[in-house]
Write a protein that binds this ligand. Structure first.
Ligand SMILES: C[S@@+](CC[C@H](N)C(=O)[O-])C[C@H]1O[C@@H](n2cnc3c(N)ncnc32)[C@H](O)[C@@H]1O
Length: 413
């Protein structure tokens, strides 16, 4: 399937589901929850906690049997197919190369090392620029072990100081190339003609987990400076500005979705994170408390809109509902005249528990749209690059279990 076709099919699938992706569950309470198929909600209600967990984190849908709900999920999966990048054998490196580097990062670096080596062998580039390179683990490995000169650019000077110290501490293999750190806010131009020098026609740039709009800036910078190539992995889509950072391509502007907002981007960011059973139970507890507080505000206090209350410490969700609710209400300076017992009775009442279950099942259905919304965002970026005369690819690079944000936009000249 070509990217434009995939984008159009995803848009057509998502358009009638607008109510689901443009609203948080609580915005739909109480009158608009009917956008969630009643039969699917009943099906979820018949599952036990472990089965719900498996559906929620996309691990096992067999419990849904042959149903309309299962078919809907199958359609999402078919529309979300992304080609796997060629798997190259990764080479082992000395232990100290990865000292203090977490498993996820190690996995990503080892894979990207082979990707860049292959690109370098086919069409040599002068140096690699790592945008948002943090402490520079990737740049260090590329320079020291793959012989690729690197520039690691990041806004955070502390990260870079740590990275410089780290570099001096361990042995440098013979033939190692240089790593330079540049402390800079990438949303702004570098001084003088430094941008042009760094993003030269012979350079290749990487953005590994560039938060929100930083990914778009990266793509624009590579196109504007006609660099040799780019590989970008987005993340934190919830930081995108719905007015400026989506529907970048003319194709999406004409044919894409309208109404994507902060709630849709948050769903795209979180919708497919893998989760163990304990995490799932905690998530349900968090949702129950947050939802119950909303029910109290909405039904008992007459506060109809969504009141942002922020996250709480993990232990607050396992204390009584009354202590959670009172803390939140005091924090927002909302006056109430309920006693602790009243709050706890309200929470454990049959009526509240039934509503909380319903809201949670709705959330499970909505959650299924996370990955496909992420693809909508990424395909729009791909179409935008195509419209600039390039031939981008959208590929899966990492093992989803280890690194869920595993899809990269790649182009080489
Ligand atoms: C999610 S982290 C990714 C770090 C690293 N690339 C990785 O994958 O482990 C995003 C990085 O981008 C940096 N960053 C955020 N905004 C930036 C900006 N405007 N300019 C440059 N760097 C930025 C942060 O300091 C952080 O190191």
């Amino acid at each position: 399937m070509n990217y434009r076709e995939q984008f159009d099919q995803i848009s057509t699938f998502l358009a009638p589901l607008k109510k689901m992706w443009e609203n948080e569950i609580l915005c739909l309470y109480p009158n608009d929850l009917d956008c969630f198929n009643t039969e699917w909600m009943r099906q979820l209600a018949s599952l036990n906690e472990e089965e719900l967990w498996q559906v929620d984190c996309h691990a096992n849908y067999s419990v849904l049997k042959e149903s309309e709900f299962a078919k809907w999920i199958e359609t999402i999966q078919e529309l979300s197919i992304i080609e796997q990048s060629q798997k190259n054998k990764t080479t082992d490196l000395p232990d100290w190369a990865f000292n203090k580097v977490k498993g996820k990062k190690r996995h990503e670096i080892l894979i990207l090392a082979e990707v860049f080596k292959k690109i370098q062998d086919a069409k040599p580039f002068s140096h690699l620029v790592d945008i948002g390179g943090g402490v520079g683990h990737l740049a260090r490995i590329m320079a020291h072990y793959k012989g690729i000169e690197c520039i690691s650019l990041d806004i955070n000077e502390e990260f870079q100081k740590f990275g410089t110290k780290r570099m001096e501490k361990y042995p440098r293999p013979s033939g190692a190339k240089e790593v330079s750190f540049i402390t800079h806010d990438f949303t702004e131009e570098l001084e003088g003609d430094l941008t042009k020098k760094i993003f030269s026609k012979d350079s290749f740039s990487l953005g590994l987990h560039t938060c929100g709009p930083l990914a778009n800036r990266h793509i624009d910078c590579a196109i504007r400076n006609e660099t040799r190539g780019l590989l970008n992995f987005g993340c934190c889509y919830n930081r995108l500005d719905p007015k400026t950072d989506i529907n970048l391509s003319s194709h999406a502007q004409e044919n894409g979705l309208r109404g994507l907002n902060h709630f849709s981007f948050t769903l795209a960011t979180r919708g497919h994170s893998s989760m163990n059973f304990e995490d799932f139970k905690h998530k349900r507890r968090v949702k129950n408390y947050r939802y119950a507080l909303h029910l109290f505000l909405h039904d008992e206090m007459g506060i109809k809109g969504l009141t942002p209350v922020g996250d709480s410490h993990q232990r607050d969700y396992w204390a009584s509902f009354s202590s959670y609710a009172q803390k939140k209400l005091d924090g927002k300076e909302i006056k109430y005249d309920w006693s602790s017992d009243q709050f706890d009775e309200f929470y454990s009442s049959k009526e509240t528990q039934e509503t909380l279950d319903k809201l949670f099942y709705a959330n499970i259905i909505r959650w299924q749209l996370g990955r496909i919304l992420e693809l909508y965002i990424l395909l729009d970026r791909v179409l935008y690059i195509q419209e600039q005369g390039k031939t981008p690819q959208l590929l899966k690079f990492f093992d989803e279990e280890l690194s869920p944000r595993n899809i990269g936009v790649l182009f080489t000249e």
